[in-house]
Ligand binder design. Structure first.
Ligand code: HEM
Length: 431
């Protein structure tokens, strides 16, 4: 039997949708702990429906897993995959005929999604990624060279965890280095725009309408940029992923221009701020625990466990949204066809029913079946790349850094979607 739907009190609802609570983190985790026990599938009606549509917040690991794996019942389309303003949805509908400004893998469901996903799936598998290893290692070396030269006291985010994954993604897309700052800014505007220190746009001071206009401008710039890149890769194909997308055929035809642009945009944007956040989190955990640094320096077999735990512990992608394709019961609640749901990965990855002592960074955690990469049909396409990048970077750091410690208070970004550290002051001794 379904329970009577419980709407969360306004202060709790605000906490869930307020980017500042994601910067504070511990208070938010306390709220998720309470909700998981009291109303694991909770109705949220933010702002009396003025700015946002109501949705169900899902906080238990087991429920987030069920939704992620059942993509026939819980659709990515047609409602935006990311929690957004009502106005943003309306604007997008008028501008593009779709609820999203960008149509990409995360927006499609079957039957289109598997056809599009298959195009690059093999490229992102470990066997193919191996051929990137030397290039990635060279980027890691150059990054650590810059760190060592700037030491002994630096902001690790600014010097290492921020630029490194961006260089890697731009390399796999074949975007020249001089265009990287533009790509970084555009990604911030699309993903993390709520933090004024990161977006450089003062987005937090703008009205929802101004925000939507700005993001739409960022999307247009991306589209123009990648249209030129695709043209080049059709004329001069290489073995990079940009060439795979430019020359892809689905049902006997090349991708429509909007879908091709969306494909580039998702690869360009999904791959760096996420990996930056888990990389910074891993370093924070190690800098807080010098003995752990010494242990893994001596025994590199500990590294994969550290990487995996950092990804869980940080959970850079904090949520995605789904829409119910039919009436369904979930966590004791009756969900109606068309209802909007937030699968909150932060809450799921801190569920004590799945992870003992979830707030602790435990490099030996086993099993560690976290949901930071999602699950099911949309599970992160770049998960092997993300792990490989982190492993290579930390191997390089462990070779070159004798010991490292915190040199100040790390700060988290204000963002409801992709979040993590925006500063990590560290002090180190080079080997
Ligand atoms: C999808 C997380 C790195 C490309 C996703 C999803 C999550 C996620 C949660 C959605 C899963 C779902 O809806 O079930 C992360 C995290 C990363 C990371 C935490 C780093 C630690 C990367 C990298 C790339 C990438 C390096 C590629 C360069 C994508 C793409 C999708 C995706 C293309 C859409 C897949 C689809 O809808 O079929 N990622 N990601 N990600 N990710 Fe990642």
């Amino acid at each position: 039997m379904a329970d009577q739907a419980k709407t969360l009190p306004p202060d709790v609802a605000r906490q869930v949708i307020d980017p500042h609570s994601y910067a504070e983190w511990d208070g938010l985790l306390d709220t998720f702990d309470r909700l998981r026990l009291e109303s694991p599938v909770a109705r949220i009606e933010p702002d009396d429906g003025k700015l946002f549509d109501p949705f169900w917040l899902v906080t238990r690991y087991e429920d987030v897993m069920r939704i992620s794996k059942d993509n026939a019942t819980f659709l990515n389309n047609p409602r935006p995959v990311v929690f957004s303003f009502r106005d943003a949805i309306e604007f997008s509908r008028q501008a593009t005929g779709s609820d999203m400004l960008v149509d990409s893998l995360v927006v499609f469901d079957a039957p289109i999604h598997p056809k599009y996903r298959r195009l690059t799936q093999d490229w992102f598998m470990p066997r193919n990624l191996q051929k990137m290893e030397e290039e990635i290692r060279a980027i890691a070396h150059a990054t650590v060279d810059r760190l060592v030269a700037a030491g002994p006291e630096v902001d690790f985010v600014k010097l290492v965890s921020g630029p490194y994954p961006l260089h890697v993604v731009m390399q796999i897309l074949g975007v020249p280095e001089e265009d990287e700052p533009r790509m970084q800014m555009l990604t911030q505007q699309l993903f993390g725009g709520q933090d004024k220190d990161l977006s450089g746009t003062g987005l937090d001071q703008m009205t929802p309408e101004q925000v939507v206009q700005l993001v739409a401008g960022a999307v247009r710039t991306f589209e123009d940029y990648f249209a030129k890149l695709a043209e080049d890769r059709r004329a001069n194909p290489t073995d990079d992923v940009a060439s795979v997308i430019a020359n892809a055929m689905v049902d006997g035809a090349p991708l429509p221009a909007r879908d091709m642009a969306g494909y580039y945009i998702i690869v360009a944007t999904a791959g760096h701020d996420t990996t930056s956040a888990s990389t910074a989190g891993a370093m924070m955990a190690l800098a807080q625990d010098p003995e752990q640094w010494a242990r893994v320096k001596a025994d590199r077999s500990l590294l994969p466990g550290i990487v995996e735990e950092a990804i869980r512990w940080t959970t850079p992608v904090q949520h995605f949204m789904r829409t119910a394709a039919e009436d369904v019961e979930l966590g004791g609640q009756q969900i109606k066809k068309g209802d909007w749901l937030m699968i909150n990965y932060v809450a799921a990855n801190h569920d004590p029913a799945q992870f003992e002592n979830p707030r602790k960074f435990d490099a030996a955690r086993s099993p560690n079946r976290h949901l930071a990469f999602g699950a099911g049909a949309h599970q992160c396409l770049g998960l092997h790349l993300a792990r490989m990048e982190m492993k290579i970077l930390f191997e390089t750091l462990l070779d070159r850094i004798e010991c490292i410690e915190l040199a100040g208070e790390p700060k988290r970004a204000t963002s409801t979607f992709v979040g993590g550290l925006k500063t990590l002051p560290v002090r180190f001794v080079a080997s």
